[in-house]
Design a binder for this molecule. Structure first.
Ligand SMILES: Cc1cc2nc3c(=O)[nH]c(=O)nc-3n(C[C@H](O)[C@H](O)[C@H](O)COP(=O)(O)OP(=O)(O)OC[C@H]3O[C@@H](n4cnc5c(N)ncnc54)[C@H](O)[C@@H]3O)c2cc1C
Length: 447
């Protein structure tokens, strides 16, 4: 995308400024536009979509570098897809499991489906916390209740596989993730994908809402007060609105990459400090040789690569990737080595040609993300997400996945947070109806 040619040092006014152009921002802009409230979206990168990042792949199945699936049939995402006439398809619920040096269909695996495993663990944790149990962290908690979880203790390395699933799901490491996630997150199935890529959704949202979207405009500072909000971008441009919705990822906020003046109130600052910024990487491999049998589309494993997705375009070509959560890697090569070694093991390959991973993305290392998604830190008792979602003086509003108490770390949570912030602004602009007559009667009597 060519660099936009906006005059340096120029100033633009609008009703509402929106910082970031991910799912939350685009849905906020749509909701505002529906009520004839204009907005400008300021996005640091050359592309929109944020953590929805589809890379088209020369006619082969697209690579999803960020979000892949829509979780559950009730996700608000379907409203957006219907609005833009975008097709989706269900993902077969059954995958494969690699454990005990064997790759088996889930239906023959000694472990139950992932949603049953995680669902029963979260239920155990909830009961335990309700009885006053100490929050030792949900991953450590696996060791405590393994005997009561279906299948886990009967299988060698069953606990390890479940811990991998948790790291993957919550992008958090073993010590940091609170057992309180059990009270907050609902684990939803079935799953769906957008065959042309998730990016189709954000592209269409931006096109059809036709909101003024300024890419390559990283915001550096936000000045806010009774006269509204002024955002200053790296190139010197300034933008002013009566309100602003800030949707940048929690990692960016934690590293104070946006300077607020005056400083944010202590409650908001503490919410940002106390939320966790999760880590996750994806490592991709293109292959023209059949690495796995044709029916293998997803593999969960106790190995370091955690979760594999395989997409085939024809009999010979496949795009394959691992999604590894809760860990970080010193170099892209270290990450490539994980996938290469695991595939050789899982597919019993001697041939090196078929498994040379290429593309790599580690979200916590990206300048405008600094995390994969937020998580609830162990030891924090309050709902930091709800705290962050509270408007500051009806002027600054935070949205994005980290502000959603029930569906954090998801696209539907981000979309809902954008709607919530926009509706709060809309409510402020609706003229206040005259007070009901009954409330005036005592004053009339006094006259
Ligand atoms: C690897 C991975 C896999 C995932 N898988 C799934 C999945 O299968 N299903 C699912 O539902 N969810 C999934 N998610 C989570 C989902 O992608 C996110 O929750 C959601 O996309 C977040 O949207 P958002 O609008 O809150 O933030 P973002 O999409 O991150 O948007 C924030 C935007 O702010 C921009 N920005 C940052 N700093 C600045 C600045 N200074 N100035 C201007 N702009 C700035 C960023 O460039 C970004 O575009 C996944 C995430 C990752 C990382």
């Amino acid at each position: 995308m060519p660099a936009p040619d906006y005059a340096k040092g120029s100033h633009t006014d609008t009703d509402v400024l929106i910082v970031g152009a991910g799912a939350a921002a685009l849905e906020a802009a749509h909701t505002l536009a529906d009520h004839r409230i204009t907005s400008i979206i300021l996005e640091a990168q050359a592309r929109i979509g944020g953590r929805i990042w589809t890379q088209q792949n020369n006619g082969f199945p697209p690579k999803e570098k960020g979000a892949l699936q829509i979780h559950g049939e009730d996700a608000v995402t379907f409203n957006v897809l219907q609005r833009h006439n975008i097709a989706w398809q269900a993902v077969p619920n059954e995958g494969h499991t690699y454990i005990g040096n064997k790759l088996t269909q889930d239906r023959h695996s000694p472990l139950p489906p992932t949603e049953v495993l995680i669902g029963s663990l979260l239920q155990e944790a909830k009961d335990y916390l309700e009885k006053g149990g100490q929050d030792i962290g949900i991953i450590a908690f696996v060791d405590l209740v393994a005997d009561r979880l279906p299948g886990v203790s009967n299988v060698r390395k069953g606990k390890r596989l479940l811990k991998n699933l948790l790291r993957n799901e919550f992008a958090s490491n073993d010590v940091s993730l609170s057992a309180l996630v059990s009270e907050q997150v609902s684990y939803c199935v079935p799953n769906f994908i957008i065959p042309n890529g998730y990016g189709e959704m954000t592209e269409r949202m931006a096109q059809e809402t036709s909101v003024d979207t300024r890419t390559q405009t990283p915001v550096q500072s936000i000045r806010w007060g009774q006269d509204g909000v002024t955002a200053k971008a790296k190139n010197g441009q300034t933008f002013h609105g009566s309100q602003a919705i800030i949707t940048v990822p929690i990692g960016v906020l934690k590293e104070k990459r946006l300077k607020f003046s005056p400083a944010l109130p202590p409650k908001t600052r503490h919410a940002i400090e106390d939320l966790g910024a999760g880590k996750a990487s994806k490592v991709f491999l293109e292959t023209n040789e059949p690495v796995f049998d044709a029916d293998v589309e997803a593999v969960r494993t106790k190995e370091e690569s955690q979760l594999l997705t395989i997409r085939r375009s024809n009999d010979s070509h496949a795009t394959l990737w691992a999604h590894i959560g809760g860990r970080t890697y010193d170099s892209p090569d270290a990450l490539r080595a994980v996938l290469r070694d695991d595939i050789r093991k899982m597919a019993s390959l001697d041939d090196h040609r078929s498994c040379v991973p290429d593309d790599v993305v580690s979200w916590e290392k990206l300048e405008y993300f600094r995390c994969a998604y937020s998580y609830h830190e162990r030891g924090i008792q309050r709902d930091c997400r709800a705290e962050l979602a509270k408007s500051i003086g009806h002027i600054l509003f935070f949205a994005g996945e980290a502000t959603h108490s029930k569906n954090p770390g998801t696209v539907h949570g981000a979309l809902e947070s954008g709607i919530r912030a926009a509706q709060e602004i809309i409510a402020l602009r609706v003229p206040t109806p005259p007070p009901p007559l009954s409330s005036l009667i005592p004053q009339v009597r006094a006259w």
